[in-house]
Design a protein around this ligand. Sequence first.
Ligand code: KG4
Length: 335
Amino acid sequence: MKDVLVLGIESSCDETACAVVRNGREILSDVIASQADFHEQFGGVVPELASRMHVDAVYPAISKALSDAGCTLEDLDCVAVTYGPGLVGALLVGLSAAKGLCEVTGLPLVGVHHLKGHIAANYLCFPELEPPFLCLCVSGGNTMIVHVSSYTDMEILGRTRDDAAGEAIDKIARVIGLGYPGGPKMDKAGQGGDTTRYQFAKTHMTDTLDFSFSGIKTSALNLINGIKQKGEEIDVRDFTASYQQNIADILLENTLKASEATGIDKICLAGGVSANSFLRKTFDKAAAEKGLKLYYPNLRLCTDNGAMIASAGYFEYINGARNELDLNASPSLQL
Ligand code: KG4
């Protein structure tokens, strides 16, 4: 069968990322222009500035992705692009670039849901992985357990009712002065720390696979204020280790419940927070104890990248999906 080459374009937040992927599984190039260092001075992503930086970065990233892959536009079969969810101005830059390419070349356009991209990152790392499986999607804006029944069909079994796990981590990282981006900094700060030293209130919901992270976040804020009021110092290493462990435990609890309820023993992690070492260790241990098959992407593919969009786009493309050139950005796109 003829190879299918997909150019993937991602610009939903602060990474301008383009990649060429063969047959949904093999990365031929993977270009990521991150703005994280720039936004650090503001303590978070400034949407207007992110959009402008995407404008500067998107065509150089596309050119580099093509040249790194050793191909030209004529070699491609389709252009896949994130059209939501994300920051509307940022999404529009990648989407407009993709539409421009499709208009000029006649290539088909395939719009990709950002989270389907994160899930597909696992296909790039594990050539043998096939649906059905459960996927815990944990990113800056989302926390959900998804039943992936096929490469293109999925159903949300549980989701956060308030904050995403990534937000709960980023917020506390900022409060204790670790800066932006909080997730990787907190992960580093907690290495070797005592995961049981600090206790946090956790929300347990019965009869649902939904999550809530606002309680643990408030509990951490109260603990920090209490320690400061007593004139004491927070032990940052133990505090961040305990906090991340608590979050990992909450995520594991519902994922195991979902596995029991569905009888599915194949579990993937996806999204930026799946890079978290506490989360990975917690799931590794549980998988070994319970005989579950566990998959998570390599660190580079956990956070936003174009290869995952190309992979998800490939599966949509071979399933017949095509979008018209009036496709618009959808900041709150549902799975
Ligand atoms: O999936 P992602 O790159 O972007 C979207 O939100 O779609 O996820 C970004 C999130 C941020 O909250 C970031 O702090 C978090 O992933 N993150 C981490 C780690 N690396 C990135 N959180 C915890 N530990 C990490 N090592």
